[in-house]
Design a protein around this ligand. Structure first.
Ligand code: ADP
Length: 304
């Protein structure tokens, strides 16, 4: 199944344009929507989940027109919002049975099987009789996945699920997503580049309500092969480098000296050495909409 979005735009009543002509097709597998805070990710996710309307544009999942047949979509949708709210004082097992009943799984035996499988997939089986309200942040997020699996969704939308999780919990959560993302569409949003690198077969980078790049993580990295250069710089030189070169990122080396990574089609200056590109480079190149820096003197050569 494929999700087709075409020309989606949305401006909130305060004048903020959160979606600006978004068109994209997403196929089965794990899709990462990567972008900084305020990029428009949640707006896009809520629009796809039919929880809010776009001003213009169309969206289809297979044969379903999302905006005229939202009920049809919701039957095969699993949605985990950014904050899932307050949990009642119930254990995971009872709560999933209750939610399963609400979702129309009336046969107790069938519900038992589905609940057990959701608990196992999310690694919560051993703690199924503990109150969900007492779960850690990571366990709550995995419970969120367990509840959305009950109606065997074809489209799963998870909004910023790893925000606020510690590294071990984040890893456990990503492993759960990895398990469920094989024969349906899983869209998850994040501002963490590593989430996408570790997990996604496809991804888009979003900012200012626009899709800036749509590619596989692998191709996004290989497309900037040969264009990433690094140099060690002194602290008071950083500003000059930023003015002179297309600086992607800067930071500290292990010995507390400063480095810059620069985007350029040829060695930008003598003190730069070629670096292997990574997904973070691709992210910042897309985000900053960097043009490769022309090496010093090249312009004059061409003109002369
Ligand atoms: P992200 O999920 O990438 O952080 P959002 O979709 O939440 O981005 O927000 C995109 C932009 O729209 C932001 O500038 C945000 O402040 C604005 N925005 C989001 N929701 C609303 C709303 N209900 N009313 C007005 N502005 C909103």
């Amino acid at each position: 199944m494929e999700l087709h979005l075409s020309h989606l735009s949305k401006t909130y009543s305060n004048g903020v344009q959160a979606l600006n002509d978004v068109s994209i097709t997403i196929s089965n597998g794990m899709f990462g929507l990567l972008g900084p805070n305020g990029a428009g990710k949640s707006t896009l996710m809520r629009t796809i989940a039919t929880l809010q309307e776009a001003d213009t544009g169309e969206a289809r999942l297979g044969d379903i027109d999302l905006f005229s047949e939202p009920i049809e979509l919701r039957k095969i949708l699993g949605y985990l919002p950014q904050s899932f709210g307050v949990y009642p004082k119930m254990n995971a097992y009872d709560l999933l049975h209750y939610m399963g009943e609400l979702k129309g799984i009336s046969n107790k035996k069938e519900r038992d099987r589905i609940v057990a499988s959701a608990l196992e997939l999310t690694n919560l089986y051993d703690v199924r009789f503990k109150e969900v309200a007492g779960y850690s942040g990571g366990m709550k997020q995995r419970f969120g996945i367990a509840q959305l699996l009950l109606n065997k969704p074809k489209l799963i939308i998870v909004d910023e699920p790893t925000a606020g999780l510690d590294p071990a919990e984040r890893q456990r959560f990503l492993n759960v997503l990895r398990e469920i993302g094989t024969d349906n569409i899983v869209i998850f949003s994040t501002h963490i580049v590593d989430d996408v690198k570790e997990l996604c077969t496809d991804m888009a980078i979003m900012n200012g309500g626009e899709i800036l790049l749509h590619n596989t993580p692998k191709k996004a990295v290989s497309s900037i092969e040969g264009c990433i250069w690094g140099a060690n710089v002194l602290r008071d030189e950083l500003e000059r480098y930023e003015e002179q070169f297309s600086v992607i990122s800067s930071g500290f080396n292990d010995d507390n000296s400063l480095f810059v990574r620069v985007f350029a089609t040829e060695q930008p200056a003598e003190d730069f050495e070629a670096k292997q590109p990574n997904l973070e480079d691709a992210y910042f190149v897309a985000l900053k909409q960097l043009e490769p820096h022309e090496p010093e003197g090249k312009i004059y050569e061409e003109e002369g």
